[in-house]
Design a protein around this ligand. Structure first.
Ligand code: ADP
Ligand code: MG
Length: 682
């Protein structure tokens, strides 16, 4: 800031007084011309064609229309026409309908608290008539014919003329902003305006399934058409494409204390959109609430690819006394009484829906609930714990098995107490409680956050789309599988993808991984020795005696035991016994034949000294071990795991790195329509 000293100020003043064109006389206060006042006011309400359309859609809905058709030219700047089959407007009211503060919906101030219509201020039509050429054709049920009237600056222009027409109202708005050149210039391209219009129509169509909506550009086919007496769900599918349907989760909240009622739909983590779709209605008005949006985005952000958002539609009903309905029409951002509690309630309910939603449930349990019970049903649990053949299943039989066999009795004991998981209601309570604690527990370590960000920044969105919609076709061999996306067939390298997936899971569930415990802990020393004996270890005599090296391995790993336990659920007891390894992918157990080599490599390949590099290399090594899916398992076993464990996890969670589009991890084999064409020629 520049401060002027007294001298300076004085000379400035005197200069103004003597030389400037100014006088010290105050300006005369005059009342502004009414037309100017109204035009300024109108400009505040109608800032772009979509605002005008929203007002008119609300009028049609207030008039109980079951069918509304919108026709648009040049993004609504040239023509915005809306035709409904509602009550119509009485002939006698046509004289004043476009004057400011004329309304059929509100009579006394007290009515404000019980208002159930969109409009009540009587400002919309008036405003539009101040910035555009406005004409109304309307017919009520009681009248024999329709009437037509034109308006300018809030007043009737010319006479009301009888004409032919069906029941309902048609409002034509032409040359919007013709008399407000500044605003017209400031407006963006017609295409952009059309997008906004489309947005408004879609929102209202979804929220009002009882009414059929049509939107079209003049002379073209409809861009959107919903049927009357449809449902919210089918309108969502219509607007966002049929694939959204299987991801929709229902939201319902009823809270008497807060006088709150919420209905809606959100998508599970399998769906995401670049544009983002947050449709919020409070007492049926389309509004925005950045607090609520933020709270919901936060739930999803760790699980959706960067820059992608879920679809969220929420219709909130509050006691009208608790919302200020008398907000300015352009004020879409709302605040309401008990906002914090209400946001919290809705957030909980969205989280709950995600937890409860089949596939997502497992996903969220793993991602968010470290101490929480896996939703295991008791039958499955008994099978896992009691069945000896399952124990055998975990053992590799063709390589070093005579030495390892005695160690292996795997018992999937999740962190949470099993009794609690067996109790159905216990699961729910436990999940919700731990989830909250857990959200707060998500790692704050910058190193891990940076590694996650690197994964996100490198995500190939096209590949992500393919994976999110993939259908498993079959296992080709021990490293490759076939998947289908849309009409295309892809050969994927199951191993490479599984490795990357495990790496990402380790980063995203850092500190929250479920433990897979060995019924009898395994001596690290033995594992290290076995690892050194494996030709893959590359051990030669020059490296020194094996048992010395094995000692060193045990020493290194033991010294890192607290960190491995806390962050990766790898438990090593004080006497050098390996007690557990993490569950990275549900229903998937790595091939134990490679466990010795894995332990050896943890000691030799991880960069223990630098935090971020340490986590990166640790996760990579671990992922490599877990991704060795094929060896040591029967064909039947690994096929089952690829189809039922790996592929669903790839579909839900993998953020494919860009490299995968180039390095043969994902290869397009065929496009089905092309194949059909080939067959036709044969
Ligand atoms: P408000 O909706 O706040 O009452 P408007 O300026 O939007 O004010 O509309 C003024 C009046 O015109 C409404 O109260 C209603 O009586 C009538 N009106 C407007 N549009 C329609 C319509 N599509 N069908 C029936 N009546 C309408
Ligand atoms: Mg209105």
């Amino acid at each position: 800031m520049i401060l002027l000293n007294d001298n300076c100020k004085h000379s400035f003043d005197s200069q103004v007084l003597t030389n400037g064109p100014y006088t010290m006389e105050p300006g005369k206060i005059r009342k502004l011309d009414e037309v100017v006042v109204n035009r300024i006011a109108a400009g505040e309400i109608i800032q772009r064609p979509a605002n005008a359309l929203k007002e008119m859609l609300e009028n049609s809905l207030d008039a109980k229309a079951t069918s509304i058709q919108v026709v648009v030219k040049s993004g609504g700047l040239k023509l915005l026409q809306i035709q409904d089959n509602g009550t119509g407007i009485r002939r006698d009211d046509l004289e004043i309908v476009c004057e400011r503060f004329t309304t059929s919906k509100l009579q006394s101030f007290e009515d404000l608290s019980s208002i159930d219509t969109y409009g009540f201020r009587g400002e919309a039509l008036a405003s539009i008539s101040h910035v555009a050429q406005l004409a109304i054709t309307t017919k009520t049920r009681g009248e024999k014919c329709a009437y037509k009237a034109a308006y300018e600056d809030g007043r009737l222009k010319g006479a009301v003329k009888p004409c032919a027409g069906n029941q309902g109202t048609q409002i034509t708005v032409e040359d919007l902003f013709y008399n407000v050149p500044m605003r017209k210039q400031a407006l963006k391209a017609p295409n952009e305006e059309y997008q906004k219009i489309l947005d408004v129509v879609c929102k209202y169509a979804i929220h009002n399934p009882q009414t059929g909506f049509i939107l079209k550009k003049f002379g073209e086919n409809a861009s959107i058409r919903t049927q009357p007496k449809s449902t919210i769900e089918s309108n969502i599918s219509l607007v966002y494409g049929p694939s959204i349907a299987k991801s929709l989760l229902k939201i319902a909240v009823h809270d008497e204390v807060l006088q709150l009622e919420v209905d809606g739909f959100v998508t599970n983590v399998n769906f995401s959109t670049k544009k983002g779709a947050f449709l919020l209605f409070i007492n049926h008005r389309a509004v925005q609430s950045s607090n609520l949006k933020k709270a919901i985005d936060q739930i999803y952000s760790p699980y959706l690819p960067k820059g992608m958002s879920p679809f969220v539609y929420l219709s909130i009903n509050l006691n009208p006394n608790n919302v200020d309905v008398n907000v300015h029409p352009t004020k879409h951002e709302v605040h309401f009484l008990h906002e914090e509690e209400i946001v919290e309630k809705i957030r909980d309910s969205v989280e709950h829906a995600l937890l409860g939603g089949n596939e997502s449930r497992t996903f969220y349990t793993q991602a968010l609930l470290p101490g929480a019970s896996e939703p295991v049903d008791s039958a499955k649990l008994n099978e896992t714990v009691g069945d000896k053949t399952l124990v055998y299943k975990f053992v590799r039989t063709d390589h070093n098995d005579q030495k390892l066999e005695k160690f292996f009795g795997l018992n999937i004991s999740r962190n949470a107490s099993i009794t609690e998981s067996l109790n159905e209601s216990g699961i729910e309570k436990h999940s919700v409680r731990s989830k909250k604690q857990e959200l707060k527990q998500d790692t704050k370590l910058t190193s891990v956050l940076k590694l996650r960000k690197a994964v996100e920044d490198d995500c190939d969105c096209d590949l992500r789309n393919i994976f999110s919609e993939l259908t498993f076709v079959g296992v080709v061999d021990r490293t490759n599988s076939l998947i289908q996306y849309d009409t295309k067939m892809f050969l994927i390298s199951t191993k490479m993808l599984a490795e990357e997936l495990c790496y990402q899971m380790l980063l995203y569930e850092f500190g929250n991984l479920t433990r897979m415990s060995f019924t009898s802990p395994l001596p690290l020393m033995e594992l290290a020795l076995l690892g050194l004996q494996d030709p893959e270890s590359g051990w030669t005599e020059e490296d020194g005696p094996m048992h010395e090296l094995a000692d060193r391995v045990v020493e290194i790993l033991s010294s890192k035991a607290p960190m491995m336990k806390e962050y990766f659920s790898i438990c090593i007891s004080e006497d050098g016994m390996l007690e557990s390894i993490p569950v990275i992918i549900n229903d998937y157990i790595p091939s134990m034949a490679y466990l010795p080599l894995y332990m050896l490599r943890l000691a030799t390949e991880v960069e223990w000294d630098e935090e971020q590099e340490c986590f990166r290399t640790f996760c990579r090594e671990t992922a490599m071990f877990y991704a060795k899916i094929a060896l040591g398992k029967s064909e039947q076993e690994y096929k089952w795991e690829i189809e039922h464990a790996i592929c669903p996890a790839l579909k839900q969670k993998l953020l494919p790195p860009k490299l995968f589009a180039r390095n043969g991890s994902v290869l397009q084999m065929a496009n089905l329509p092309d194949l059909y064409r080939v067959f036709e020629r044969c």
